[in-house]
Design a protein around this ligand. Structure first.
Ligand code: ADP
Length: 183
């Protein structure tokens, strides 16, 4: 007779893949990253706890009218410097639908950061729409360390343009570029 332990539910035979058939977990993390902030870095770090490969994608076509500061090529340069030490992270740009980008990268997961309640409405709609477009993709929301929960690239741009100190919100190399821009 098969022994069963009531404290440990039997493992499902489908669903979770066994170690021998483990397929790399690939995710995409899309955004404008204009510029990349410590909030973004925090989300990337958290994602790497469960992901084998993370493709950070700069959207070439902005979906929200935020007004850009750095051209896409320069945003990518900064991101590659920031994440350069992490071989599991790749930074690229993409245009068109996010689900097509995810599919092209063999990613089944879309990572998004959730800050305050104000992010929720838009993020929820986007996740549901992306599921409509491609049912095999799952959106995963991560929250940042509390210190970064009010931080946005838009705020960083605005504060830096007015000469404010943003050194606790971006890495030193991004700070240098921001200072060059506003001098
Ligand atoms: P933003 O200009 O608001 O920083 P991005 O388009 O660059 O926006 O953001 C890309 C993704 O990163 C979004 O899911 C956004 O919610 C998330 N994100 C941005 N900043 C933070 C932060 N400080 N903490 C957590 N998630 C963040």
């Amino acid at each position: 007779m098969k022994k069963s332990d009531s404290r440990q539910p039997e493992r499902e035979s489908s669903g979770a893949e066994s170690a021998s058939t483990h397929r790399p977990i690939v995710a995409v993390y899309p955004g404008s990253f204009d510029p990349v902030t410590l909030g973004h870095e925090d989300i990337v770090r958290r994602t790497l706890r469960f992901c084998d490969r993370l493709v950070v994608g700069v959207a070439e076509t902005a979906t929200q009218p935020k007004g850009s500061l750095f051209p896409v090529a320069e945003r990518l340069e900064m991101m590659r410097e920031v994440f350069g030490g992490e071989s599991r992270v790749e930074c690229v740009s993409f245009s068109g639908l996010l689900v097509d980008f995810a599919r092209d990268e063999n990613a089944r997961f879309i990572i998004r950061g959730l800050r305050a309640v104000s992010d929720f409405d838009y993020e929820f709609q986007m996740a549901q729409m992306n599921r409509e477009l491609w049912d095999e993709v799952e959106t995963i929301f991560l929250t940042p360390e509390v210190h970064y929960s009010f931080l946005s690239a838009t705020l960083v741009r605005e504060v830096a343009a007015l000469g404010g100190d943003v050194s606790t919100f971006v890495s030193p190399l991004v700070l240098e570029r921001l200072q060059q821009r506003s001098s």
